[in-house]
Design a protein around this ligand. Sequence first.
Ligand code: TLP
Length: 350
Amino acid sequence: MDWIDLRSDTVTHPTEAMRQAMTNAEVGDDVFGEDPTVNKLQEMAAEKMGKEAGLFVPSGTMGNLAAILAHCGRGDEVILGNKAHTFLFEAGGISALGGVHSCQLPNQEDGTLLLQDIQAAIRSKDAHQPISRLVCLENTHNRCGGVALTADYTREIGDLANQRGLFLHLDGARIFNAAVAQGVSAKELAESADSVTFCLSKGLSAPVGSVLCGSSEFITRAHRIRKQLGGGMRQAGILAAAGIIALETMVKRLAEDHKRAHFLAQGLSFLPWLVLDVGTPHTNMIFMSLADAFPADAKQLAEEMSKLGVRVGVVGKRRFRLVTHYWIDDSAIDKAVLAFQEVGAQIKPA
Ligand code: TLP
């Protein structure tokens, strides 16, 4: 990659080993369940998540949507965070396509929902109310700074959901970042969830795809929903082959991304016109804002940065997100810090 692209880990290109595996992939018609490479990926994924079965889907968005639609009927309610990706950035698909009502609870800074808030949000059987069916958590939590939820916390929420007859879905788009950051397995983090989606196409660098995992019975329902959503792919083994390499070789190295995010944050912490979020980075994301006195907004700064070959994520009028990934090496970190210094000096903070 020529750019130093820090906008997201979704920008990652496949590695050489992935391209090789894609070229040589054994394929079949996956809508008939006959693609051996997809089947292998789904089995590997289910094993890693500690679930009975997996379903390869084109995106994290479709994984979450298929999961929520498989858990909930029309008019049922899902309890989720007001900063959840599913609530903010999935185009309202759960209500538009599934008629699923959402109850948004305040996400705490550490990405959690308060247990007492969930307890209070669970509806009574009164016919005026929707039926509470599902709780959704996100790990790592994107808009809460890439912070990782613990297995203990997830268990606490899983137990509550279970006692009250609700299901728990985990948007684990970056569950391997959460696992590596805490030195635990993804399986432990997903243990209390009835279903979990994780992405191959983010820090794991595969070009396309996510896997939804859960019980065999749940995955059979989700499989039908994937078909309804038009997500049945044919010789998808070409894509799954890259996913297998991602799972085999790209998980442990996420620790390098976390380390580089720390170095990047350290380098930027010397610039008085940048205000880093407290505690950032937790994993591979840095969130920060422009100091009030800085005489430009985030969009202008991003334009100047891109002239120097560095792309940054604008997530608010004066706010940024920088994400480290496989294609960001040590020299890219140094260059990015230098570019920030140069642009800051050009714009001349007041
Ligand atoms: N997140 C993207 C953008 O949509 C914001 C990013 O650049 O971070 N869950 C979480 C927690 C995510 O961060 C994302 C993607 C998804 C689900 C959706 O995955 P895709 O993009 O594969 O549909």
